[in-house]
Ligand binder design. Structure first.
Ligand SMILES: [Zn+2]
Length: 324
């Protein structure tokens, strides 16, 4: 059956957004086929790239979770109106004097950004995963094969190559927007020295743009999102442990939380239970206040004798957070 609304559905989405009063600035991606900028749907002032829109009409906001395809969906979402009203709006637009010029050649204001201010971590290619070996260290720490496979965590050994990572445990970091590998966090499981620190981040990796474990939760179709609550823990290994207990958790790679990480948290869940390690709980306190602006937050103290949430059992975690 022909779609009588096809014409207005397939208008240039950038031109329609301009008509709605949102004229960017847009940042081009994918050879100019896609544009990203502030979200016209939830009206974010903070995140400049949360919203992306493709020339073919597909759009998505990873901050508020809005997504759809075509100008009818778009108008309904931006104006908060129903189908009929959106049709009328677009038909009026098509009949308006501004239409011809805009629809043929939308004027796109581009942001000129220096390369070092990229808003995404670039993809990272490596062969580490091909050289994974059975890991007594990971087994002793209590991780199952399923958990390690899901998060792509493994011990790397390739004696033919002189690498500072040889013999380390590697934790793949998956980009939140699309799951692309952006590098590996490595954990030295041998002697720790100033030259061989416990953890190494990939060169030039901007950790504030990613939240460890967030992609796995976003990609889990068994869970209705946004979740009711999510656990925010300091260490990526605690994320694995919680996942193994069936508890959704993410880590900001430490105890400080960036505004981009807060955006990701908010797109995944309505509430957050913040469980920093005991020695960092005071410094972490300032982030509780920031989180509380956008979602509900609980920050219960760890039980006496426990310094790291990785060592908690499921029952204790649930009682601690009132989430039983
Ligand atoms: Zn949004």
């Amino acid at each position: 059956m022909p779609d009588q609304y096809e014409g207005i559905r397939n208008l240039s989405p950038i031109a329609v957004l301009a008509h709605l009063g949102f004229d960017g600035p847009w940042k081009a991606r994918k050879g100019g086929q896609e544009h990203s900028g502030k979200c016209p749907i939830h009206g974010s002032q903070k995140n400049n790239t949360a919203f992306s829109i493709h020339e073919d009409g597909r759009y998505a906001c990873f901050s508020c979770g809005a997504k759809g395809k075509g100008c009818l969906d778009l108008v309904m979402a931006v104006k908060g109106v129903g189908f009929k009203e959106a049709v009328e709006f677009l038909q009026a637009y098509v009949g308006s004097p501004t239409f011809v010029a805009q629809a043929r050649k939308p004027e796109i204001k581009q942001i000129q950004e220096p390369v070092e201010q990229a808003t995404e971590n670039p993809p990272f290619a490596s062969t580490y995963e091909k050289f994974q070996v059975e890991s007594a260290w990971l087994t002793a720490r209590g991780f199952t094969k399923d958990t390690l496979d899901l998060y792509k965590v493994f011990e790397y050994r390739n004696d033919k190559r002189r690498s500072q990572y040889n013999g380390s445990v590697m934790l793949r970091i998956s980009r939140y927007s699309d799951g692309e590998c952006v590098g590996y966090l490595s954990r030295n499981i041998g002697e720790i020295t100033p030259e061989k620190p416990k953890y190494r981040f990939p060169a030039n990796f901007r950790k504030g743009l990613e939240l460890y474990g967030a992609w796995q939760i976003k990609n889990d179709s068994r869970q209705v999102q946004p979740l009711r609550l999510i656990y925010l823990v300091e260490s990526p290994f605690a994320v694995l442990k919680f996942a193994q207990l069936g508890l959704p958790a993410v880590s900001p790679f430490g105890w400080s939380v960036s505004s981009e990480q807060i955006d990701i948290l908010r797109s995944l869940a309505r509430g957050v239970v913040f469980l920093p390690d005991r020695n960092k709980s005071e410094e972490a306190g300032q982030y509780v206040a920031e989180l509380a602006h956008v979602m509900w937050v609980k920050a219960p103290a760890l039980p006496l004798g426990c310094d790291d949430p990785e060592h908690l059992d499921e029952k204790t975690i649930r009682s601690l957070t009132g989430a039983s």
